[in-house]
Design a protein around this ligand. Sequence first.
Ligand SMILES: C[S@@+](CC[C@H](N)C(=O)[O-])C[C@H]1O[C@@H](n2cnc3c(N)ncnc32)[C@H](O)[C@@H]1O
Length: 353
Amino acid sequence: MNYSVQLGSLWPSIRISLLSEQKYGALFNNFSDIQQVTQELERLDAVDFIWESQKVVQNLDSTGGKQASEPAMLTGTLAVPAESQPESLPCLSTLISPNIKCYTFPKGDISLFLPARPDTLGILGYYLLDAASVLPVLALNVQPGDFVLDLCAAPGGKTLALLQTGCCRELAANDISISRTGRLNSVLCSYIPRNIRDIVRITSWDGRKWGDLEANTYDRVLVDVPCTNDRHSVMEEDNNMFKSMRKGERQMLPMLQLELLVAGIRAAKPGGEVVYSTCTLSQLQNEYVVERAVELLKIQYDIDVHVEDLSIFRRLFQDTFSFFPNCRLGELVLPHLTANFGPMYFCKLHRLG
Ligand SMILES: C[S@@+](CC[C@H](N)C(=O)[O-])C[C@H]1O[C@@H](n2cnc3c(N)ncnc32)[C@H](O)[C@@H]1O
């Protein structure tokens, strides 16, 4: 009932997609036998969607776009759509975290990946995940030497993607759930060599306390919050957030999300970048949380935050994902029968002071 109001005529097809088999992406593990894994994935006719986006950039170039030296930015809390700016050619390396590869099957192709196999050193070659969940990590735009915080990290798909960049000087991976940080640890053991794992510090703290525990510390912070997890909610009875016994918890979610985002921004250094993400379509858990966090940080902590324009992501990755065209802040990947990824909402915030 809620989504038919929020999404109008788009909702019936999103609903059918949520009820249909989800599509996966294979996050390439740069720490495994690269040649063997590349051959294996290319034999399946899967393509690295991030590499493919280079072609979009080249096309823009050949249609007369100018080279932009900075990623599209905006000031204040309102996003300025890229469409309303002068045509400019983005330089991919200034926009997205480097070195991440994620293979997907083309739109309309519902082939499945086989489970990854260990190489001769026992390291797995790829990690299967919703390919849209790589987008928040790309948007974080990690740079060499960055001190990075993944505030709600388990079971670890995005932590793995952050490590693929090869840029983290240190990575703090936190999740309140001890059992889930256990899973995160075993994922890292299966994918990451010991010497690289040494840069990761795993903790099981309440992320809401991070603003007091380690304020003004990190270059990059990922805040991938708990949410109604819409795809899981329509398909699984187990642990379903819409069960009546979880009503109170569900109603408190936007408050928890707000507190986590505020803590994440306070943990960032002035000048640092934060990405907020969820896997729900709900505006109440997406844009409204971002808006409220920006207000609250100003009023309570005198911290100014700019919300960045990510509409370039829509152009770069339109061949792989279906994007909601009308997000006021951030971007939302919509489930679609020909590209059944998401939902995935992501919004980038730049801490100014
Ligand atoms: C969407 S999941 C994170 C998924 C993870 N980033 C990934 O890519 O695999 C949200 C996580 O937030 C954790 N969480 C819930 N409340 C939290 C809190 N107060 N502090 C830190 N983590 C919390 C949950 O245990 C859950 O693992």
